[in-house]
Write a protein that binds this ligand. Sequence first.
Ligand code: ZN
Ligand code: ZN
Ligand code: FE
Length: 744
Amino acid sequence: MKTRVQAKIVGRVQGVGFRPTVYRYATELGLAGFVRNDPQGVILEVEGEPENVNAFLDHLQAAPPPQAVITSVETHPQTPRGDNKFEVVESEATGNAEVHISPDLATCDDCLRELNDPQDRRHGYPFINCTNCGPRFTIIRDLPYDRANTSMAGFAMCPPCGYEYHDPHDRRFHAQPDACERCGPRLSMEITDAVNLLRSGQIVAIKSLGGFHLACTLAAVATLRERKHRPHKPFAVMFRDVETVKRYCRVNESEEAELLSTARPIVVLKTPSLHRSITPDFPTIGAFLPYTPIHHLLMQHFDALVMTSGNLAEEPIASDDAELPHVADAVLTHNRPIVHKCDDSVVRIVNGQRQFFRRARGFAPSAIRFAEDCPHILAVGGELKSTFCLARNGFAFLSQHIGDLKELKTVEYFEREIAEWQRLMRVAPVAVAHDLHPGYRSTRWAQGQAVKLIPVQHHHAHIVTVMAEHDLHGEVIGVALDGTGYGTDGTIWGGEFLLATRADFERVAHFKQYRLPGGEKAIEEPWRMAVSVLAAENLAPEIRSIRGTIVPLKHRMVEQLVRDGFQSPLTSSAGRLFDAAAAMLGLCDVATHEAQAAIRLEAAADASVTGHYPFDLNGPVLDFGRTIRALLDDRQNVGLAAARFHNTIVAGIVRVCESVREQRGLKRVALSGGVFQNEWILTRTTAALRERGFEVFTNTLVPPNDGGLSLGQAAVAAARFVGQASRLSAVNVDNRDGCPTEDK
Ligand code: ZN
Ligand code: ZN
Ligand code: FE
């Protein structure tokens, strides 16, 4: 007696070799029926002996294809039809999409073997791929994921490729970007010509999956810095293989796994050599491995190549030849269009876990499960390191890194991608969540939308990213430390201790406020913060001793600004306190890139130093005034002073958490905000809190910086929809003079 069952499989099940696997399992068990993609996922029906049907369903869930993520399987019994074969049938393009789009996947070992095999018909072909690897998100225009809906639509398959594509036993069965030398995309230049140009010290723009890289040899890095107007900001280095990485950097097991993962992110590694020209401010480099066939072919000729995004300053990465800035001497491009720009992701391993600096290629648009259920929501994030987030049915889809919305080109890219993603994900938002900052471009964009608006305080959103990631409900102690975020009282926050639920929060403590002299100017010029803090702490005579390029006349001018409060809003920013300390120690008076002062301060800190400086907790105010005095006394010993400063911040965090625990009986602590990218602060705070019996949660799926903000906003919006009471009443969103939009 035969049975027939229909199964609807939802999750990341398209573009990952799902149908061939279904075909193989079904035919191995002698089952008849069919499988097809549809906008909800994969629909299949199997007919045969009941034990074989059950074995099939068990096996598929126990051993899905390696890149697949099954989020649900629904089965319905059917009347047997007497089918005698199993078929893969054409996709249906109707209905609401629940399918999750696969991120781009690094070249797999099978393809790599063929690429290097002189007998293989794809030997040396720079666009080789299969159902287990290759471009996905960056070539997809619409669902279902079929060739006609990708930027491969313009390439008609040759007969041998077509044969593979239709053969269910072939690794390239329904591999949408499948192609070969005869029928597929082509490079504009021979690899060997590019190799020769690079060897001669030239800068070559290379088209990759989500945009262009600017590549050069280590010897030519000074030229690249000059042309990109980037004196200090770190560059990433692509290495030939993991053994070569190990010759230059220290690599532990988790870091190696990260380097070799199919996402192939840039991994920040400690390096005893090499780093000076690549990352002048810190003894680390961002290392990554070849992830496209083009990279593999190139890297056969080099141990290492410097590779940085093909863009200028904070503009979006160039994905089209016409967008390329005039920085490169030559361009290695190709004719497979990029549909979605996507930068390299940047991660590091800290406390044995992944921490994102930037989440993009290889991760976007993977789904993040963050709630039981929720209506369709769009969250538009912050201003710098912008991302947006779409949510439906309890899943959040965080966009790739968009960039700095101060740039007009980035705003255009932001708007275009939001429209594209809404179409692609079949999301029609009933609400848009946004930051409280009235000056953010994202806020203004949200206010132009004709749907319900849900304003979310910046640091609350940071904390809720952690709650969403770790499925935390109820109340937590949220420690949100960053550069800038708009507060509910119209001042600038950034050293915040919140009693937070997903829907709401109460500000229970914060760093002491100082003036931000000249608003955004003070972020670019840390010496201004030093002047502000010294003046406020009655240490004005010490202002003369601030070392750097700034003349004393300007010091006096800023001192005046601080005294009058003119164009100098109040801020409880933690980031600015790091800036002030770095400037007082002569480490950075003017910053050339984001967080440079804090990065130098961390690099200067002597890891063997223990102990901290005095500080005070006066009611809700965490006051580091006495810390500043002690720091100045030690300024001749920068390593010691920097270390004690860091330790004092850690001690301050612990003190506040203990006081909140005493009063409210809470022991779960969520740490977020850009300051937790400081490894010293993150590892020592985590350790100190755990030693005292706290449960500590940090970001591992999204960046702790503003790149994660939109996930937090979406989760807050989802929680408010669930109807948790809101204690937040009238929120002041008046624009204040000189209130910066930066968050460094
Ligand atoms: Zn492959
Ligand atoms: Zn072909
Ligand atoms: Fe922030």
